[in-house]
Ligand binder design. Structure first.
Ligand code: 13P
Length: 257
């Protein structure tokens, strides 16, 4: 069975003090209201990874990097390596967020190498896929997601794939306040699960966590998390505020099955 997950992607937000306050609030919440079947993840900016890892003591709370290099080490100014992410205390890494693909031009080929490098170092990748508004309008969204999955996962074995968490984040729903409807999200999650079943096995399809991301908020999370193929959320804006993040954790614990 897949892990159920509430993950907060802080993007380029929050300073050290604000980051510490948010993690302390999550720790306090988890101590007062332990969660039993969901995992909580925070993805701070790289320079906060050490602090965030040191503050995240609850066994249900872990830390993810937002990106990492595909190379092992060397002359790559401005980059952070998989072993540095590990050394900072993080257990996971987001790979292929649409902002990395779109703004920083990260290609499918580069992302596949990043996924490989993460697994080599024992990091769990959160691999993001998602279509643009024009792709959806032209009814190309299923093909696009299939292409992204194929490019990222084709060289992995059925034993490796369950270590990868997939996040479906339609680009048109990110930071726009316009979330995919629960039907649209479920339809794509079910498509992704079927793809995993066909390419790998039914057991792999059952084991891989598929998160939804794109304007998830406490007031729409119940509907989304109640869908059978949605295993949790990758949350941007609403993860920056302790009150909305902890209420998303609470909704996750109640609704995700
Ligand atoms: P928002 O929740 O702010 O739409 O961001 C989603 C996202 O990109 C998470 O990775």
């Amino acid at each position: 069975m897949s892990r159920k997950i509430i993950a907060g992607n802080w993007k380029m937000n929050l300073n050290l003090k604000e980051g510490a306050e948010l993690i302390n609030a999550a720790e306090k919440y988890l101590a007062a209201k332990p969660v039993h079947h969901i995992d909580v993840i925070v993805a701070p900016p790289a320079y906060q990874l050490v602090q965030s890892s040191q503050l995240s003591k609850n066994e249900r709370l872990s830390v993810a990097a937002q990106n990492m290099a595909a190379e092992e080490k060397g002359a790559f100014t401005g980059e952070i390596s998989a072993s540095m992410v590990k050394d900072a205390g993080a257990e996971l890494v987001i790979i292929g967020h649409s902002e990395r693909r779109e703004i920083f031009g990260e290609s499918d080929e580069l992302l596949e190498r990043k996924l490989k490098k993460a697994l080599e170092h024992g990091l769990y990748p959160i691999f993001c896929v998602g279509e643009s508004l024009s792709q959806r309008k032209n009814n190309e969204h299923f093909q696009h997601i299939e292409n992204q999955l194929k490019a990222g996962l084709q060289s992995f074995s059925a034993e490796e794939v369950p270590q990868i968490i997939i996040a479906y984040e339609p680009i048109w729903a990110i930071g726009t306040g316009e979330t995919a409807s629960q039907e649209q999200a479920q339809e794509m999650h079910s498509f992704i699960r079927k793809y995993l079943g066909q390419q790998f096995s039914a057991a792999v399809a059952d084991e891989v966590s598929i998160l939804y991301g794109g304007s998830v908020k406490p007031d729409n999370a119940r509907g989304l998390f109640g869908q059978p193929d949605i295993d949790g959320g990758l949350i941007g804006g609403a993860s920056l505020d302790a009150e909305s993040f902890t209420s998303l954790i609470q909704i996750g614990e109640e609704i995700l099955r």
